[in-house]
Design a protein around this ligand. Structure first.
Ligand SMILES: Nc1ncnc2c1ncn2[C@@H]1O[C@H](COP(=O)(O)OP(=O)(O)OP(=O)(O)O)[C@@H](O)[C@H]1O
Ligand SMILES: [Mg+2]
Length: 387
């Protein structure tokens, strides 16, 4: 029997470009069958984006800023949810829940012991009480902490959805999301959930965005359609140096964020390569993202040679220069977008958090231990009831 339920999935990623809101009708208990009913992105005004980026940077992220943003983003998330609901011809009372990823301000999955106990932690803000009060809808939030509490990285969390939706009986598939950070899920033919390999490959758009911001004195936040990179030159020897960063030595499970590849990293690159024109650094950073994907797939994917196709989602899939670099560096593997599989590349992450909320309310686990390193599957998130 079909048991359709409506959810809103909200995603605000490491790029801090805006809020992705997906209205999803989920048709079965596991969440593998669904329909995307509506999707909207609410872009952050530039000054709010800069405050969010400041909150993520250990040099500028004060407790005052983080506490204020927690409330303000809760309200912005609520408005994004209300807006995507209003765009569809549905009764708001039929929405079962909102799944809100939140805005990551700090991600420390590898912090060691402190005061005799583990200090491992991940922090997403955007207050769920505010979301539930402003929308009147119960809200599931803080998905990553539960996985961290059982020894996992808390990331990536989309692999379960990749597995449920995209595992194929004939094709060896990989799914790549290129947001601020890039993460990949590899789904071997005929494999069960424990055959899934997934990890953060490294930077996605985060370095490109930081360099464009510097080059344009803040007028632009990203390399629209890869135009700057297209007219510039890749410095392969510089790219090789960047690949010697210790992150690329880490075996999966591994995850990363702005703590490693954010503002401080970009500032250091610009200083270190003062002799390289900024457009060339942007082209090199774009190729670096692609090469980190190719190298880590080669190094950490069992049966890499059998991989048939890579389907890209996230804002990076809209950058033709990045897409062509991926194809060039992955040779025989066919590179396309998740649009080809019937799921909007821009909506995918927001859809995933709608499905994860559904699973939480159904008492089903949302993490993939082989991907995050958690000791066991856990039901993710905190549930904030409707008023
Ligand atoms: N037309 C485009 N051309 C080039 N790059 C684009 C284009 N559109 C979006 N992008 C890039 O995608 C980024 C936003 O991607 P997205 O929203 O998927 O990432 P995110 O918010 O960081 O999410 P997450 O980290 O969770 O995946 C922008 O910052 C920009 O770098
Ligand atoms: Mg985004």
């Amino acid at each position: 029997m079909r048991n359709d339920a409506l959810y809103v999935g909200l995603m605000s990623g490491t790029s801090a470009d805006g809020i992705d809101a997906a209205l999803v009708s989920i048709e079965n208990e596991s969440g593998s069958e669904f329909e995307l009913v509506a999707f909207e992105t609410t872009a952050y005004p530039n000054d709010l984006k800069q405050e969010i980026l400041s909150s993520c940077d250990a040099r500028t992220g004060t407790v005052d800023l983080i506490a204020r943003l927690d409330a303000v983003l809760g309200q912005w998330f609520a408005n994004a949810a209300l807006s995507v609901i209003a765009s569809a011809d549905i009764d708001i009372k039929t929405v079962r829940a909102i799944g809100s990823h939140g805005q990551t301000v700090h991600h420390l999955p590898d912090a060691g012991e402190w005061f005799g106990v583990p200090a491992r932690s991940t922090l997403q803000i955007g207050n769920a009480s505010v979301i539930a009060e402003q929308t009147g809808i119960q809200t599931v939030s803080d998905f990553r902490s539960r996985d961290v509490a059982v020894g996992g990285q808390g990331a990536p969390l989309v692999p379960l959805i990749d597995y449920l939706v995209f595992a194929d009986p004939e094709k060896h598939r990989a799914l790549l999301n290129v947001g601020g950070i890039a993460n990949v899920t590899v789904l071997p033919v005929g494999g069960g959930l424990d055959s899934v390999t997934a990890f953060d490959t490294g930077p996605g758009n985060v370095i490109i965005d930081g360099l464009v911001h510097r080059m344009t004195d803040g007028a632009e936040g990203f390399d629209q359609d890869g135009r700057i990179a297209l007219g510039a030159r890749i410095h392969e020897e510089v790219l090789r140096k960047w690949l010697s960063h210790p992150y690329f030595e880490l075996q999966p499970p591994r995850s990363t964020g702005r703590e490693v590849f954010g503002g401080a990293y970009v500032d250091a690159l610009i200083e270190r390569h003062a002799d390289v024109p900024l457009p060339d650094l942007i082209a090199t950073a774009t190729a670096f993202t692609a090469e980190a994907v190719a190298e880590s797939l080669r190094a950490y994917t069992p049966d890499f040679d059998r991989l048939d196709e890579l389907h890209v989602s996230g804002g990076g899939s809209l950058n033709p220069f990045l897409m062509s670099q991926l194809q060039e560096r992955l040779g025989q593997i066919q590179v396309g977008s998740t649009d080809d599989l019937g799921l909007s590349a821009e909506a995918k992450e927001a859809v995933a958090f709608a499905i994860l909320a559904h699973r939480t309310l159904n008492g089903l686990p949302g993490n993939v231990p082989s991907a995050t390193g958690a000791s066991h599957p856990v039901v993710l998130g905190q549930i904030t009831p409707a008023p």
